[in-house]
Design a protein around this ligand. Structure first.
Ligand code: MN
Length: 424
């Protein structure tokens, strides 16, 4: 389904007076902040094709209704999100869960929904029905060359699917590792993985990037072959200029200083992309900003600082994507909340008085440095983000409109209450 434009217009009109008052007050308090509106309008966050349905945990899955059951329906759902917030204009595909059988048709659909294809994802963390060799003991690291060759061939096939859709990057996340001491020779696992990645890298089109995503643990619980940013950076440096590290917020050991990791990767020109989510314990894949919004702000503070220093365009310099799973919330409401949290952290980071912060740092004025950061963090930037959405044709309050327009009810009526998305 698509939302009638008039529904959005009527929603915005009903909230116009309240919005204007809040915005005027905000601009009075934050002089010059209207110059950030264009940056907010340009900033687009990729929605993963696996996050439109209920994910579940290893204990169970409690399905919602009206979930998309194929790629076309998933794209339609992202189109709905984008209509509401005008900040979700990209889709990150997963192969083989969402193989575009007819690329031209899929491209036309994307165009009609105003969507682009962000990084495309391979999958060697589970076996597929028609597969010759098993990934039970790893894929690119496997001791058996037949398994490694099969995993390399899959990644090259994924690149071809991506090329047909205008995607410009491949994300490789490996479940490879070991669950028990002695199971694996670390050095050989690294060398096998690097050799396999080199073969995939060689198949990248000239204008493509490869993102090497790391994760500390799970599904393996003793070692992971791309476990942290240091290991990812080792691979990326050895592979070449088209290889980058991808940071997934949920893939660190507890209390890791992610903002410092981001800063140094940017300094090295090796940060390629982001997977946003939030967590309290591990790779919880919760709504971005739901648990640690201050950390999200601190990360964006480093992103803005580092990208400005490197003269990178905020919107196009890195791949911005969500990687989340929804167990108890409506997936579309959850994604609207995640995008809103990301936009808030970005807007707050834009408000940081960088000149004053630099001066405070030079004087070792620790209290003042904290005052400056927290003044930005404690600013309610919602009127500014709402204004950016309004100017782009989105809704002033996306979740409110999602509910009042009865979007989920319409999707259930259209698709039924027992649907299940591919890959979930
Ligand atoms: Mn991820």
């Amino acid at each position: 389904m698509k939302l009638d434009k008039n529904v959005i217009v009527a929603h915005n009109e009903s909230l116009a007076t309240k919005h204007k008052t809040k915005l005027a007050h905000f601009l009075e308090e934050n002089e010059g902040a209207n110059t950030h509106i264009q940056k907010l309008k340009d900033f687009q966050i990729g929605i993963p094709s696996w996050a439109l349905g209920t994910g579940g945990t290893r204990f169970g899955r409690f399905s919602g209704g009206g979930e998309p059951s194929n790629l076309e329906e998933k794209m339609a759902d992202i189109g709905l999100l984008h209509q509401l917030n005008q900040s979700s204009g990209a889709i990150s595909l997963h192969i083989p869960w969402d193989i575009p059988e007819d690329a031209e048709k899929i491209m036309a659909l994307a165009k009609s929904l105003n969507l682009k294809f962000d990084a495309i994802n391979s999958n060697t963390f589970q076996d597929q029905a028609n597969q010759k060799y098993s990934y039970k003991f790893g894929s690119l690291q496997n001791v058996d060359k037949n398994v490694r060759d099969q995993a390399v061939a899959h990644n090259i096939e994924v690149i071809k699917h991506g090329e047909a859709l205008g995607s410009k990057s491949l994300t490789v996340w490996l479940a490879d590792g070991s669950s028990f001491p002695g199971q694996l020779n670390f050095r050989e696992a690294f060398e096998n993985t690097l050799a396999s990645l080199k073969e995939i890298y060689a198949a990248l089109p000239a204008d493509w990037k490869m993102f090497v995503e790391y994760k500390s643990n799970e599904p393996n619980f003793y070692s992971t072959t791309v476990a942290d940013w240091g290991q990812s950076l080792l691979y990326a440096n050895k592979l070449g200029p088209k290889a980058y590290t991808l940071v997934d917020l949920g893939h660190h050991l507890p209390n890791a200083n992610i903002e410092q990791i981001v800063s140094l990767l940017l300094m090295e020109g090796k940060l390629g992309g982001f997977h946003f989510n939030d967590s309290k314990y591990g790779d919880d894949d919760l709504t971005t900003g739901a648990i640690k919004p201050y950390q999200l702000f601190l990360i964006f503070n480093e992103l803005v600082d580092g990208m400005d220093h490197a003269k990178m365009n905020h919107a196009s310099g890195l791949a911005w994507m969500i990687d989340a799973s929804h167990n108890v919330k409506d997936p579309l409401e959850d994604l609207l909340q995640s995008v809103e949290a990301i936009m808030m952290a970005y807007a707050q980071a834009l408000l940081v008085d960088r000149k004053a912060l630099k001066e405070a740092q030079q004087k070792n004025d620790v209290s003042l440095a904290q005052e400056i950061l927290q003044a930005a963090y404690r600013t309610d930037v919602r009127p500014l983000i709402a204004e950016a959405r309004l100017q782009s044709g989105g809704a002033l309050e996306p979740v409110k409109l999602f509910r009042s327009a009865k979007v989920r009810e319409s999707l259930v009526a259209e698709r039924g209450s027992e649907t299940k998305a591919t890959g979930l």
